[in-house]
Write a new protein. Structure first.
Length: 279
């Protein structure tokens, strides 16, 4: 196994909460609570979410556990490197390293994906949306997949979902945080199916520009509503869930991002709501 050795001699500074840790290859993003943190393992350049990590005993490296693998390409060498990085500093402390600024890393990653998709960077007019480095697990979406959100958005989502349920309205998540690489994969699969890139980009944002990268955006569904349409269907507009969101979403800080005739050139997406701040 050929892995970069983590520098264990760097200086440390105590913190009241876990911070993001990085090696040349991986990013470990803290999630969960301060007293019971979990860590999301991402590849820095691809943005792929590899695994969720935790400790059964936070004072013992031997207590390290891999809670869940999220990506079929999360090979053992990447997870072994994550374990080494996880144990490179004492619990609740952060390793001081010279790091590439996140904004620069995001720009480089986005440009490489644009090139792979045949997009000239000069043609991408939408602003860059960096991938969130603060994510918390929110449970499972309507497809049974784990989903993640920024802590502020997750708190607001939980409150909104509970309020809707109290009014007899079912809301569930169809999609939440997406990495740059995941967004590029969505587009590439549609191209392989014969769709034109110009048509795809009216439905899927260019990688690096999607609100989903921020961890603040949600695609919503109402699977328990009688006669509910399939997820991500414009007919969501005619559901009780959409009527409730239109009336109350703003109370929880959520707004509809892509109404009809929106200036972004995206199709009408009644299911796509983004957290903009406290309602």
């Amino acid at each position: 196994m050929n892995r970069k050795k983590i520098n264990r001699s760097a200086s440390h500074s105590p913190l009241t909460a876990p911070e993001t840790r990085m090696s040349e290859r991986l990013r470990l993003v803290p999630a969960g609570s301060v007293s019971d943190p979990v860590w999301l393992v991402q590849e820095k350049m691809s943005g792929c979410l590899l695994a969720t990590l935790s400790r059964q005993n936070h004072q013992s490296p031997a207590g390290f556990v891999c809670v869940q693998r999220h990506d079929p390409w999360a090979h053992s060498d990447a997870l072994a490197e994550a374990i080494e990085l996880f144990d490179a500093t004492p619990p609740m402390q952060h390793q001081t390293q010279k790091q590439i600024p996140e904004a620069t890393l995001s720009q480089e990653k986005a440009r490489r994906l644009w090139t792979d998709l045949g997009l000239e960077p000069a043609t991408v007019k939408a602003p860059l949306v960096p991938e969130s480095c603060r994510l918390q697990p929110g449970g499972s979406d309507c497809f049974g997949r784990p989903f993640f959100l920024h802590p502020l958005a997750l708190t607001a989502w939980n409150r909104m979902q509970q309020a809707a349920a109290a009014d007899g309205v079912s809301l569930s998540v169809a999609s939440a945080f997406r990495s740059f690489a995941y967004q590029a994969g969505l587009i590439q699969r549609k191209r392989c199916a014969g769709q034109q890139l110009s048509d795809i980009l009216c439905v899927n944002a260019v990688p690096g520009t999607s609100e989903h990268h921020s961890g603040m955006a949600l695609d919503l569904h109402c699977p328990d509503e009688p006669g509910a349409p399939a997820p991500l269907d414009e007919a969501f507009e005619h559901t009780r869930a959409f009527a409730w969101l239109s009336a109350h979403g703003g109370e929880y800080g959520f707004s509809l991002s892509y109404p009809r005739d929106n200036p972004h050139g995206m199709i009408y997406e009644p299911w796509h709501w983004c957290y903009q701040g406290k309602g």
